[in-house]
Design a protein around this ligand. Structure first.
Ligand code: CA
Length: 424
């Protein structure tokens, strides 16, 4: 009989440090290349070591699962994800069987040097070809904070906000995998008391978000019922939706964000499956007023995921600036997806939907510098006499995320990027 890959009592013969993001109960999916090679292959990870799935398949590890030949010899996970949840689930189950300390099949453990790659011997790449990227705006606290600063503190939410999971279509081309660097963007900046100017943004911000990857395509005209929406989600990643607040403020009326948002976004390298997240399911905030029937859900439709943001100045140490949680979001992923497709808009495997900035109820749980500095009115302390109102050249921003319950802890790995000086 198969064991549960989520069993907290499982341990692996592969070394995993206590509290590591990638114990045997996680087994997320990504894309790597081996050092010295530019050939990309599908992978998983345990502890600090990547698992070369293409090599394992060639060694016969997945026989009997109905996998197409060379399915892992691909530069993106889209073909693998397209096989469907029953196949991707069986692969994770088989990996768990191979890696557990009491495995009944030692063939692969004894040859682990062939398919287990220590840190430094592999490089991560963007795990999916993202056809379309949609960004929501689903945190009540974030929307309230922004509305209070930019519009009316006595009436911060627009009338649609509690009825519609508000979103917009973003740009997929500028999404990069964790560990990259990008230049400070130029754009139009409008001083309060003068005409617009052109120059480098002076207000670069992070946005603490999570994203989900579409795991099942739909046809044009199809709508995804809210109670089935989670079946269309392959897994989740951390997502930093970098923003230039000064460019954004001048350009966003009437069609919404454009150049203030599309210069770079960062996502974590490993997609944590919905199966791995299942033990951390929880209920979200109560929705009042009631939502329309096509958005109504029963039961627990969100996940308890602790989130953290750290800023590391050039040459300095990373300093925590925010602690939040995915469960604070007012709108669930199921509701976002049901709304996104209610008009018949088709979804494609690999599409990315991001949550919007995830702020919590306290001042230390705000998911952007805009809120942490309250529109630039106060400094955010990084320790050692260093403060920030926005991200400075050379700063590296880290997003972290992990779930913890009943002795089981899994995480999302790195989501980091560094801001370079503007190009001249
Ligand atoms: Ca955003």
């Amino acid at each position: 009989m198969n064991h549960s890959p989520n069993d907290p009592k499982l341990s692996s013969w592969a070394p995993v440090a206590a509290g590591h993001d990638f114990p045997i109960q996680n087994l997320p999916f990504g894309i790597i290349s081996r050092s010295g090679s530019d050939k990309k292959v599908a992978a998983s990870i345990i502890g600090d070591q990547a698992i070369d799935l293409a090599r394992l398949q060639a060694m016969g590890a997945f026989e009997g699962l109905g996998l197409p030949e060379a399915i892992f010899l691909q530069s993106v996970l889209n073909p693998f994800i397209s096989l469907g949840r029953s196949i991707t689930r069986a692969v994770r189950q088989r990996l768990s069987d191979i890696l557990r300390i009491d495995t009944t099949d030692n063939r692969f453990a004894t040859q682990s040097g062939e398919w287990l790659l220590p840190p430094g011997e592999f490089q991560n790449h963007l795990p999916v070809a993202i056809g379309d990227y949609t960004d929501f705006y689903s945190s009540l606290e974030h929307a309230t904070n922004v509305g209070s600063m930019f519009r009316d503190p006595s009436n911060p939410l627009l009338p649609n906000w509690k009825h519609i999971p508000v979103g917009y279509h973003g740009r997929a081309s500028s999404i990069r995998v964790s560990g990259h660097a990008f230049p400070r963007p130029h754009g139009q900046l409008k001083p309060n008391d003068g005409p617009p100017e052109f120059g480098p943004s002076r207000m670069i911000d992070f946005e603490l978000e999570m994203g989900f990857i579409i795991g099942r395509s739909t046809d044009l005209g199809d709508s995804i019922p809210v109670e089935q929406a989670e079946e269309y989600i392959f897994g989740m990643v951390l997502f930093n939706d970098w923003s230039a607040r000064d460019i954004q403020r001048w350009e966003y009326v009437p069609l919404g964000p454009f150049l203030g948002k599309n210069f770079a976004s960062t996502m974590s390298a490993w997609i944590v499956t919905m199966d791995a997240l299942e033990p951390f399911r929880t209920t979200g905030p109560e929705q009042d007023p009631p939502v329309l029937p096509y958005l109504q859900t029963r039961g627990a439709h969100t996940f308890d995921i602790n989130l953290e943001v750290l800023i590391q100045p050039s040459g300095g140490q990373p300093a925590p600036v925010c602690h939040s949680n995915f469960k604070y979001l007012y709108w669930s992923m199921a509701q976002q997806l049901a709304h996104h497709s209610v008009n018949g808009c088709n979804m494609r495997v690999g599409d990315l939907c991001a949550s919007g900035t995830i702020s919590g109820p306290t001042e230390t749980s705000y998911g952007s510098m805009l809120e942490l500095s309250w529109g630039g009115k106060k400094e955010v302390d990084l320790g050692g006499g260093i403060t920030r109102k926005s991200i400075q050249d050379g700063d590296t921003v880290y997003l972290k995320g992990y779930c913890e319950k009943d002795g089981l802890r899994i995480g999302f790995g790195d989501c980091t990027a560094t801001l370079l000086p503007a190009r001249t």
